[in-house]
Design a protein. Sequence first.
Length: 141
Amino acid sequence: MASAAFEEIAETFAFLDDWEERYRHLIELGRAMAPLDPALRVPAIKVEGCASQVWLLPRIDGQGPGARFDFEGESDALIVRGLIALLHALYGGLTVAEVARVDAGAELARLGLADHLSAQRSNGLRAMVARIGALAAAAAG
């Protein structure tokens, strides 16, 4: 149930020869994201469980299960900004009901991330996925 944006990223990852190139691409995805206004980097939107500082600001359009889910994100680490960009491609624009049905583990496994992220980064990625799920569930009512 991946979006076209995520499918494009998965295709690019499959095309790249080695993990050094994939890391560079991941960093570029993060750099391409608009920065989160520093005034919005508040404890209420900070994701706990990440080694780096991570903020996810939900943007919900509508109400109930059909509301559209989107978010802005920021991190102080380039790789983590790239992970936020991946999650944005995976979840951005879905309804909050669809967010609940995304198997993030399976989709991200297609990129081979689990074998190449440190334990701390993997834990942080799981914390971000959990936070996105919680935000969407709260919006769904």
